[in-house]
Write a protein that binds this ligand. Structure first.
Ligand code: BGC
Length: 734
């Protein structure tokens, strides 16, 4: 009787999140005791599971959930995209939206914008808010963030990632994970690994050196493990001929054994291909295989998953390892106890003004001012007549783009925000160009008469004092969108010609690029200012106008290089085997020289370099100094530099430190980002900035010993406010 009572109380305690009334008896299920450690609960629960129940934990029961163990009261696990907000509810058995009336979320800025803040505090704010939204929506796993490295500006999914530099992505991903998981939901870091293009994404095999893998493509994933990510998602593409979702080297050897990742490894939707490989090479949860549950004749389509009945059969026949099954079940149980059965879960909150404020803060801090001859800011008090031109001034950018698309409770467009800030009488609008409606996986022709649109725009522009052109890319197929790469580096939909003609009728043109990728900017001499505006989410318009009007001083820095020409990008400097691959084999011939590393090694000048961004004030950097010149292998190097805001308004500057090894046994990039610090300064204020990093970070991956090696000798350190940082000092590692 007492035992029954205790069980009942343990259940009550679990539900209310309090401890149980009395110590658990030997027969009590520890998995129900919220005060037991997660590992105790996992082992206890595991010991009670049948093989069938373990297998059931390893695959989907619906489009976005797995079953749990109903017999033991272990609940379902619910997942949702990710990474910029919580996606609208999807039907049980298809990709269609369920049509709920209560699932309109806050849309946060795209991850490129977050990376462009160069401010880990923004990442923490973002992660906390999106975690709260996921929790409120009763999601246990949020499918994001993504940290694949930006290898080519044509990659349709770059907007979901954090740029071209492994250090920047590593620093920015960690706070998102830590903060989001505070809500008792797991982040699911994706797409592990080498999902660097969407062209032939399901098949392409990435061939690259071990060094490039370790130095460029993996560090941000490692940082996510170190930040305590509770789940990871595999990539569609292949590496060493095996798919990312069941890959012996990437998943078993590196992620789980070497890095000690103890969370659940989840397939991308439809990314699992084989029972044996999935069983043996690290896949814990199979999601999204097949289509809509109606195409198979068995009672339950999910039974056909590689890790469902075929897995059970293979286990029973002894063809795959039982130990590995236990490992999978353990990881899924751990995920469950960390999330849906955690005693400490807050309630979360959803679609709140507080979250909209976070979205706005991140969005405006990520906006990058690329060019300004003084025309910006446009002060509302100056009462200028402003012609807003361009489809992206009104187009929803939360819709489309693939799985990261959102149904926001609010999405303020640039035009709405302009009217709000400057008054309807000051602002006129013309669309100027039209891209055509968006449709997943298809490029629809524009239904507009391009000449008519242009004519109208030129008339509107000619009557105004200033033209604010809001263009760029959008979320349609072959723009910034999953499952297809861009087909050209140039601005699409005739925008370049339009910019030229606008500049001919009005000398005061400001161009705002809304995109998650760099575009060709051969026209950059024409406008007086250029703003990289990103996809800003719910508060996109407000954030943009905060910067354009001067209410906020821009402080974003590019998280990737703006190449002058596509061929200037390492991935495009070779033949098609380097990008997009031939016969599904893609060779990363630029090797470790990705992004600015390539540009600097080859002496190519970008249109705008990595780490670059202007401000409405000016900053002066003093001479960097170190207390010591010589360092041991376990030391930290601290560089100190004075930063002065020498202009007239408060602002923030990102002080960046790059290192290089002029004399090395291996090829070295001329500069590699090692650390950075975002500093806020009042007008006239000076601060001493300390930039610190471990000597270990100077290591390169040695392909002979398959380990990190730190070369002794001299290193050059460069300090500045972009990757073209000029101030140099030399230190020695002994
Ligand atoms: C995408 C993932 C996404 C999943 C679920 C896949 O097509 O690649 O990023 O999380 O679908 O929507």
């Amino acid at each position: 009787m007492k035992n029954l009572f205790c069980r009942w109380m343990a259940l009550v305690a679990l539900l209310v999140g309090a401890g149980s009334c009395c110590a658990p008896q030997a027969t009590d299920p520890i998995y129900l005791d919220a005060n037991a450690s997660i590992e105790e609960r996992v082992e206890d629960a595991l010991s009670r599971l049948t093989i069938e129940e373990k297998v059931a934990l390893c695959h989907a029961q619906s489009k976005f959930s797995i079953k749990g163990v109903p017999r033991l009261g272990i609940p379902e696990v619910w997942m949702s995209d990710g990474p910029h907000g919580v996606r609208a509810e999807i039907e049980w058995d298809s990709w269609d939206y369920a049509g709920w009336g209560n699932d309109s979320c806050t849309a946060f800025p795209a991850l490129t914008c977050l990376a462009a803040t160069w401010n880990p505090a923004m990442s923490a704010l973002f992660g906390k808010a999106v975690g709260e939204e996921a929790r409120f929506r009763k999601k246990d796993v949020l499918l994001g963030p993504g940290v694949n490295i930006y290898r080519t500006p044509l990659n349709g999914r770059n907007f979901e990632y954090m740029g071209e530099d492994p250090k920047l992505a590593s620093v920015m991903v960690a706070p998102y994970i830590e903060a989001a998981q505070q809500s008792g939901i797991a982040t699911c870091v994706k797409h592990y690994a080498l999902n660097n293009q969407e062209t032939r994404r399901m098949r392409v095999n990435a061939n690259l050196s071990e060094r490039a893998l370790r130095e460029i493509y993996l560090p941000a994933f490692k940082a996510a493990v170190d930040a305590g990510a509770w789940s990871f998602m595999g990539s569609y593409n292949r590496y060493l001929g095996q798919h990312g979702c069941h890959n012996e080297v990437l998943v078993n050897r590196i992620l789980k054994e070497e890095w000690g990742f103890d969370g659940a490894f989840i397939s991308d939707w439809g990314g699992a291909h084989d029972t044996y490989e999935a069983a043996e090479y690290g896949l814990d949860i199979e999601m999204g295989t097949g289509s809509d549950g109606l195409t198979y004749s068995t009672k339950n389509h999910y039974d056909n998953y590689h890790l469902a009945l075929p897995y059970l059969d293979a286990l029973k026949r002894g063809e795959v390892s039982m130990e590995k099954l236990d490992d999978k079940a353990r990881r899924v149980l751990r995920l469950i106890f960390r999330t849906v059965m955690s005693k400490d879960r807050p309630w979360g909150s959803f679609a709140t003004e507080e979250h909209a404020a976070v979205a706005r803060e991140v969005a405006r801090e990520g906006i990058v001012l690329l060019k300004n001859d003084g025309i910006l800011p446009l002060k509302p008090a100056d009462k200028k007549r402003i012609a807003v031109i361009g489809e992206n001034a009104t187009r929803s950018m939360c819709k489309a783009g693939g799985s990261s698309e959102l149904k926001p409770w609010r999405e303020v467009s640039p035009l709405e925000a302009m009217v709000e800030a400057y008054g309807a009488e000051q602002v006129s609008y013309a669309m100027g160009y039209g891209s055509g409606p968006s449709s997943y996986g298809r490029v629809n022709p524009s239904p507009y008469d391009a000449e008519e649109l242009k004519k109208e725009a030129l008339e509107v522009a000619a009557r105004a004092d200033v033209v604010l052109f809001v263009g760029g890319l959008n979320k349609s197929h072959q723009q910034d969108c999953e499952d297809g790469d861009r087909q050209t580096y140039a601005l699409p939909f005739g925008q370049e010609e339009l910019i030229r003609e606008l500049a001919a009728v009005n000398p005061n043109v400001v161009v705002v690029l809304i995109s998650g990728n760099a575009v060709e900017t051969q026209w950059s001499h024409l406008p007086r200012a250029i703003v990289q505006g990103w996809y800003g989410g719910s508060e996109a318009g407000h954030a943009l106008v905060d910067v354009v009007s001067g209410a906020v001083n821009p402080s974003g820095k590019l998280p990737f290089s703006f190449y002058a020409r596509l061929e200037d990008c390492g991935a495009h400097a070779f033949d098609a085997s380097c990008y997009p691959g031939v016969d599904d084999e893609c060779y990363y011939k630029e090797d470790i020289l990705v992004g600015y590393r390539w540009l600097q090694a080859k002496g190519i000048k970008p249109a705008y370099p990595f780490g670059y961004g202007l401000s409405y004030t000016t900053f002066e950097l003093g001479e960097p100094t170190t207390k010591r010149q010589s360092y041991g292998l376990k030391d930290r190097i601290t560089v100190s530099v004075e930063l002065t805001n020498s202009g007239a308004v408060a602002g923030k500057e990102v002080v960046q430190l790059y290192a290089s090894k002029p004399e090395s046994a291996v090829v070295r990039a001329p500069r590699e980002l090692k650390t950075f610090e975002k500093v806020a300064l009042q007008a006239g204020e000076t601060k001493r900035v300390e930039l610190s990093f471990a000597v270990e970070e100077l290591a390169y991956w040695d392909e002979t010993s398959h380990s990190w090696q730190i070369e002794k000798g001299d290193y050059d350190l460069y300090v500045g406010n972009s990757s073209e940082a000029a101030s140099k000092l030399t230190i020695t590692v002994r």
